[in-house]
Structure formats: C-alpha cells, structure tokens
Design a protein around this ligand. Structure first.
Ligand SMILES: [Zn+2]
Length: 128
C-alpha cells in the first residue's frame, strides 16, 4: 500500500527511509543505506510491530533534552519495537499499567514529540 506523504495520516506516521538498492528500511531516516551505502528514499513506515525488548525508566532522564512533565516525573517504559518492515525503533510505551507489558505484544507506533510512542494495538489492528 503506497502512502502519500501529504496525507493527513502522515502527520503521525513514523518517518524512515528505504534503500533503493537492497530495500533495507531504517528509522529514523538516513540519506544513505547503512548496509550497502546506496541512496535511500524517505518512507513512511506502517507503524505496526511487536515489542522486542523493554525497560522501565525509574528516574528522570537528563534534562534537556528530557522535559519533566508539569505534574512531575512518573516512571515510564521504554522499549524497542520490531516493525513489520523489519526495523527496530526505540519508543516510549504508552500503557495503562507497566505490569501489562509483554515481549512480543502487538504495538502501534506513532511519531511522538521527539521520541516515537507505542501503544498496545487494539484487537482489530493485530496482525495475523
Ligand atoms: Zn542498501
């Protein structure tokens, strides 16, 4: 499915790049392919994948770049999501309960404010 970068949905899409030679996809986008050095074209990733690994950030990261929320720091989960394109991206995991996180759980990743955000995929979005 082709994605028009000007479509409204592109505003939350993850921006990566895809090599025109060996078809390797990377995120965040790079001008050259990390595998073969060939030219890479901008691509908007599907943003669906599964949790590869994760950890809980229990203290406030260095600021800047981290901005402490107005109502104070709360521990949050940070993970690597393996996308359908085969690329792993670091993302903040937006879950209601940190105890619900499981490796392999289906996630939907969107471009966040600096760091991508991942939330559990709703049942209708799960891949087969
Ligand atoms: Zn390549």
């Amino acid at each position: 499915m082709a994605t028009d970068p000007r479509s409204p949905a592109a505003g939350v899409g993850l921006r990566g790049s895809r090599c025109s030679g060996c078809a390797v996809t990377v995120c965040p986008a790079e001008d050259a392919c990390p595998r073969c050095g060939g030219p890479a074209d901008a691509a908007v990733l599907q943003g669906t994948g599964t949790l590869w690994t994760w950890t809980v950030q229990r203290y406030a990261p260095k600021s800047p770049p981290y901005r402490i929320p107005p109502d104070g720091f709360e521990p949050f989960a940070l993970g690597y999501v393996e996308l359908a394109e085969g690329v792993r991206v670091a993302a903040v995991l937006d879950v209601d309960d940190l105890d619900d996180i499981r490796i392999g759980m289906p996630l939907t990743v969107t471009a966040g404010d600096g760091v991508p955000r991942a939330r559990p995929a709703s049942p209708g979005e799960e891949g087969t």
